[in-house]
Design a protein around this ligand. Structure first.
Ligand code: MN
Length: 349
């Protein structure tokens, strides 16, 4: 069983009539969007509330925007956090690992949490949770819920969940038996796998700004060695996750991007799969939550991918904290080539 029956019962008991706000992580990816939209259907059905809103801090990412526009779903209850001005009785936090990802809702208390991130700092304050860190996507958790309840959904919502699962499992690269079973059920009920796959892969060609961001990321990297792992650090303004992925493809074991934001840095981390299996630890999530604890801010995430917001304007301090983290975890941290990232990140505008 994927979720304890007790947690599902608690979740169902918590669903009393009222206004609901479902909040995803910043820049909602397809897993977050699919989970929230389907969960909204569940809540509308079970509570008969007609005011159930989905709020995406900083809006949708490019993939989820294009995916949604190709489905026959017209969400007139979908808001960016800045344009939402109503109040809700109940808050549901969907696919979020830390409070900084909640935008202006970062001080929420007493929320329902539906999530799968291995390192999640929102659990302790959740009143009710549907949480399974073994799941590759929150969409799998939401799918399990509707399958358990025997709920009938329109095919578009099933296709959306398939998209969420494909997205977060990296096109099934991370899938396990439960993922495949869940997908098979969604397809059997009417979800369109081929459509979900095509809509997702449609969005793979790189636009000009992404190409420049990736190349800049490469031109600025600092190269370090922790034990025999290659750690690279760069400083960029956008497309962190894609740039970090290309750094892993080019030989890094652990890649880290700093992005200036407000009074600090957004820190994004990607770790190679073999590194995580050798260490047996959720490295990316540990790293961002360590930085947040040491320097102020908040962070969490998965073993392979994580993000955080660090309230510190000096990249040297972040480098120092990274050095301490790797020394305590792996025994050593040496500079191979500092590159230009420190210089780039010091130019605080
Ligand atoms: Mn997710």
């Amino acid at each position: 069983m994927l979720l304890p029956r007790l947690d599902i019962d608690e979740f169902l008991n918590a669903l009393t009539p009222g206004k609901y706000c479902l909040i995803t992580h910043r820049n909602a990816d397809l897993d977050a969007l699919a989970s929230a939209l389907v969960l909204r259907e569940v809540i509308v059905t079970l509570t008969s509330s007609n005011e159930v809103y989905v709020i995406t801090p900083d809006g949708l990412d490019a993939t989820s925007r294009s995916f949604l526009s190709n489905l026959n779903i017209l969400p007139n209850y979908l808001y960016e956090d800045v344009e939402f001005n109503k109040c809700c009785n109940y808050y549901v936090v969907v696919d979020v690992a830390s409070k900084d990802q909640l935008g202006r809702f970062n001080a929420l208390e007493n929320y329902i949490l539906v999530d799968h991130h291995e390192v999640n700092t929102l659990i302790s304050r959740a009143s009710v949770k549907l949480y399974d860190p073994k799941r590759k996507s929150t969409s799998e958790i939401v799918a399990y819920l509707i399958l358990t309840l025997g709920m009938i959904l329109r095919d578009e919502y099933l296709t959306l969940l398939i998209g969420g699962i494909l997205h977060d499992s990296r096109f099934l690269h991370l899938a396990d038996e439960t993922t495949f079973n869940t997908l098979a059920e969604l397809i059997r009920l009417g979800g369109d796998y081929v459509k979900a796959r095509n809509l997702l892969s449609k969005h793979t060609s790189m636009d000009y700004s992404e190409r420049i961001a990736r190349l800049k990321a490469m031109s600025r990297i600092g190269i370090y060695k922790a034990d025999d792992y290659v750690v690279v650090i760069t400083c960029i303004g956008a497309y962190e996750s894609n740039a970090l992925k290309s750094l892993l493809d080019n030989g890094a074991d652990i890649s880290i991007a700093l992005t200036r934001r407000d009074e600090g840095f957004r820190v994004t981390v990607r770790v190679g799969e073999d590194v995580v299996s050798r260490l047996g630890k959720p490295l990316a999530g540990l790293l961002t939550s360590y930085l947040a604890d040491e320097l102020g801010g908040s962070g969490g995430g998965h073993s392979l991918a994580s993000g955080s917001y660090i309230r510190c304007r000096e990249p040297e301090k972040i480098l120092k904290a990274l050095e301490l983290f790797f020394k305590s975890l792996l025994g050593s941290f040496k500079t191979v080539d500092n590159g230009r990232w420190l210089e780039e990140c010091s130019r605080y505008g």
